[in-house]
Design a protein around this ligand. Structure first.
Ligand SMILES: *[C@@H]1O[C@H](CO)[C@@H](O)[C@H](O)[C@H]1NC(C)=O
Ligand SMILES: *[C@@H]1O[C@H](CO)[C@@H](O)[C@H](O)[C@H]1NC(C)=O
Ligand SMILES: *[C@@H]1O[C@H](CO)[C@@H](O)[C@H](O)[C@H]1NC(C)=O
Ligand SMILES: *[C@@H]1O[C@H](CO)[C@@H](O)[C@H](O)[C@H]1NC(C)=O
Length: 290
């Protein structure tokens, strides 16, 4: 029930000010509103609620059935700092959805149906500090530069997704990153992933639940934790010679052989010239003596 409907003294309503009063009127149905905050948790909403007060800072839509976030309506909420959409049906394409939310600091999209993250998904969130995209089982790809613009990112969680690979450059250039959730993914531990593991051991980022960060493929490394996988990968990747290495070695060998032949040939010519020269000198000397 809105406070204006209650039999409050007129003076109190005036004291509270029209700003607060109009906000209470504006509260979307099935949501509860308090100062600069709107909470619609667990209301079986199918759609993004209409008529959210424009000065809202905190919006909680957790545990609903929302499958689409309208970029335009979101961009009206230019002061939004905190957006919680965990446990919804958001999926497919979130690119350019958060285009107007430059002040957003906290974004929770865990337990949804995200499939991919590209540069355009979060690149407009220039203030983002916490990003939770864990528990999205269909999330299979995060583009290399997906977080290139999120330089304030401190907490990133991609646990329990469908990710098999994460390029080192996706996270290593985030200067403020302190927490990175990676557990219970089906990591593909190939030689490129060795780079990532090396970065993990050298960075001062915290990796929670480290016992559950394991390789899934190749079969030979299955269930190995990162430290064990690192040793194995170091052996496999750094001592292994590739086809181009063999070609290179053959080329070097041939060059050395060829250089040797040329050197021997030149030495031979020099020797002959020297011999001819000295014998000529001797002949001349003999001639002079007689
Ligand atoms: C999740 O996304 C996939 C791929 O876009 C789709 O096939 C599937 O139906 C979605 N699941 C739900 C529960 O919406
Ligand atoms: C990303 O950051 C760069 C440099 O800060 C900025 O020029 C660019 O507009 C940002 N991109 C987006 C999509 O906001
Ligand atoms: C490792 O796997 C990833 C993902 O499957 C792939 O993009 C990358 O090229 C692979 N690297 C090597 C060296 O095979
Ligand atoms: C780690 O993985 C095991 C086995 O899959 C699971 O039982 C356990 O709950 C996981 N730990 C955490 C903290 O998720």
């Amino acid at each position: 029930m809105s406070p204006l409907g209650a039999p409050w003294p007129l003076s109190l309503v005036i004291l509270l000010g029209m700003g607060v009063a109009s906000e209470r009127i504006d509260c979307p149905s099935r949501c509860s509103c308090r100062y600069l905050g709107v909470n619609c948790t667990g209301q079986q909403l199918q759609e993004f609620p209409a008529a959210i007060p424009l000065d809202t800072r905190q919006l909680i839509l957790a545990a609903n059935n929302v499958s689409y976030l309208p970029a335009v309506e979101l961009s009206f909420l230019a002061d939004l700092v905190y957006l919680d959409c965990r446990k919804n049906l958001l999926g497919d394409d979130l690119d350019f959805t958060f285009i107007g939310l430059a002040k957003l600091v906290y974004l929770d999209l865990s337990f949804n149906n995200l499939t991919q993250v590209t540069f355009s998904t979060f690149s407009h969130l220039l203030s983002l500090v916490v990003l939770k995209i864990a528990d999205n089982p269909n999330l299979v790809a995060i583009e290399k530069d997906a977080f290139a613009n999120n330089t304030w990112l401190r907490h990133l969680d991609v646990s329990r997704t469908g990710l098999t690979f994460l390029d080192t450059s996706t996270v290593q250039d985030l200067p403020n990153l302190r927490f990175l959730g990676l557990s219970d993914n089906l990591w593909h531990c190939n030689c490129s992933f060795l780079d990532f593991i090396t970065w993990m051991t050298e960075s001062n980022v915290r990796f929670p639940d480290a016992a559950n960060i394991t390789c899934y493929t190749p079969a030979g490394l299955r269930a190995l934790k990162m430290s064990a996988a690192e040793a194995q990968l170091r052996f496999d990747c750094l001592t292994q010679l590739h086809k181009q290495d063999y070609i290179f070695l053959c080329l070097i060998g041939f060059c050395i052989f060829f250089a040797g032949v040329v050197a021997a040939w030149l030495a031979g010519i020099c020797a002959v010239i020297y011999k001819v020269h000295t014998s000529k000198g001797e002949e001349e000397a003999e001639y002079k003596d007689t």
